[in-house]
Design a protein around this ligand. Structure first.
Ligand code: PGA
Ligand code: ZN
Length: 450
């Protein structure tokens, strides 16, 4: 059944950091102008809505996020140009036209832009239209979005992901002297998503007590994790130790129930071909050695962007040393782009990819990248950005593709919690069919290949 677009609205709204981003609403009806089962004259319209997120530690290869650069508004971060591109360039090209899949709509959007990095219209103009149309299409077929994604992706759409919860923030997301951006807990040893989430939230609350007792600040960073200023030696190990204490206090066993994961976002502390780390300049092999020591000492299951995005040699060393023991995730390295992922596959670099819709700019391209990852036994992790909103699209994406992992922040702040709450709803809707990914999501040999 084709869906005809009747109207597209775009507006400037705010993200979780209080900076502007783009929201789009798509209104559409089935080509007869009636609901699929309606014989009456009433024309039923279907609606889809979406908000694009925004990153802070962005990879250089990401699709363009169009900002107005008008210093008089929002310190130059306004998105009125992107909104205008939706209203005057995208809407006139798609209103009145019918599409039977979101891939068909995305193709038109890509043609309209015509550039490699979406520099003509901006990914923040294209993506919300792509996402909102997918929602309208799911609504018109009276099915949840994750089911529509599953049918398109060729998956079952029944796997609730393991949450990678960023409970201690550093790097560009905090102001506390930690080079590493994210210290995450990964509650894998549970039967249900809701139990895994509960364990994660309990550890988060215990971590607050642990930090309080040490006289450290418990204000939260951009992704809802604490952002304490550890003084003295080896602050990064102090961070991991504090989390391990919190896991224990919460009554869980680290390395069985709950693991640790890091997003180093290492491009941010890579200067002049060296890593500026805890007051030293480390080369790539020294950085890899440090990670290897940590993996021996701490129950680390995943390291994201351990090396900088241009340090492919360092990445190769890391993959050789750690690829068999640990999930190595390319975020800034791959920017959800099949071109960079292909290079990684060819060079056997990393073994997993972070998936951010706005790095590439359409839902269809995101799914193509995830398919390429799956075919090559790379894990995909559906991810938020540090600038988020109430939009829960990535919860649907994670379940729809059965990718098994979601990274969407700590157990605080509604922009993060909204995704977790949506996963709870999906778990309930799936009922007996719901599966929790658990440890299988991290065992590469157990991943099914499409
Ligand atoms: P970003 O951070 O959204 O600021 O890029 C998240 C991440 O690096 O994974
Ligand atoms: Zn990252």
């Amino acid at each position: 059944m084709k869906l005809t677009i009747n109207k597209v609205l775009a507006r400037e709204v705010l993200d979780s950091r209080g900076f502007p981003t783009v929201e789009v609403e798509v209104f559409a009806s089935t080509s007869s102008g009636k609901t699929p089962d309606s014989s009456a004259d009433s024309i039923h319209e279907f609606r889809g809505q979406a908000i694009v997120p925004s990153g802070a530690s962005t990879g250089e290869g990401e699709a363009l996020e169009l900002r107005d650069q008008d210093k008089a508004r929002y310190l130059g971060k306004g998105v009125l140009k992107a909104v205008e591109n939706v209203r005057t360039k995208i809407a006139p090209s798609i209103v009145g036209r019918s599409f039977n899949s979101f891939a068909a709509l995305d193709e038109v959007l890509l043609d309209l832009d015509g550039t490699e990095n979406k520099t003509e219209l901006g990914a923040n103009a294209i993506l919300p239209v792509s996402m909102a149309f997918a929602r309208a299409l799911a609504n018109s077929q009276a099915k949840p979005l994750y089911q529509l994604i599953a049918e398109t992706f060729g998956s079952q759409g029944q796997t609730l992901p393991v949450p990678l919860m960023n409970i201690l923030n550093g790097g560009k997301h905090a102001d506390n002297g930690l080079a590493i951006q994210e210290f995450m807990i990964v509650p894998v040893g549970f039967k249900k998503f809701s139990e895994s989430l509960r364990a994660g939230a309990e550890v988060f609350h215990h971590l607050k007590k642990v930090l309080n007792e040490r006289g450290l600040a418990t204000g939260v960073g951009d992704e809802g994790g604490f952002a304490p200023h550890f003084s003295g030696e080896k602050p990064h190990e102090q961070a991991m130790q504090s989390i391990l204490t919190a896991i224990k206090l919460a009554g869980y066993q680290a390395g069985r129930d709950i693991y640790l994961a890091l997003d180093c976002a290492a491009s941010e502390f890579y200067q002049g071909e060296a890593y500026q780390f805890e007051g030293k300049r480390l080369n790539s092999s020294e950085m890899v050695q440090l990670y290897s020591q940590w993996v021996e000492t701490y129950p680390i299951i995943s390291i994201e962007d351990g090396l900088a995005e241009h340090d492919w040699k360092g990445w190769a060393q890391a993959t050789t040393a750690l690829g068999g023991k640990c999930q190595l995730v390319g975020d800034d390295l791959f920017v959800t782009n099949p071109k960079f992922l292909k290079k990684g596959i060819e060079q056997k670099t990393a073994n997993s990819i972070l998936i951010k819709l706005n790095q590439i700019g359409t839902l269809s391209e995101t799914l193509s990248t995830m398919k390429l990852a799956k075919q090559n036994n790379y894990a995909s992790i559906a991810s938020h950005r540090s600038g988020e909103s109430e939009d829960t699209f990535i919860a649907e994406l994670a379940v729809g593709t059965d990718c098994g992992q979601i990274k969407t922040g700590s157990a605080s702040r509604t922009d993060r919690i909204a995704k977790y709450n949506q996963l709870i709803r999906i778990q309930e809707a799936l009922g007996e069919n719901a599966r929790f990914a658990g440890m299988a999501a991290f065992k590469r040999e157990q991943r099914s290949v499409v």
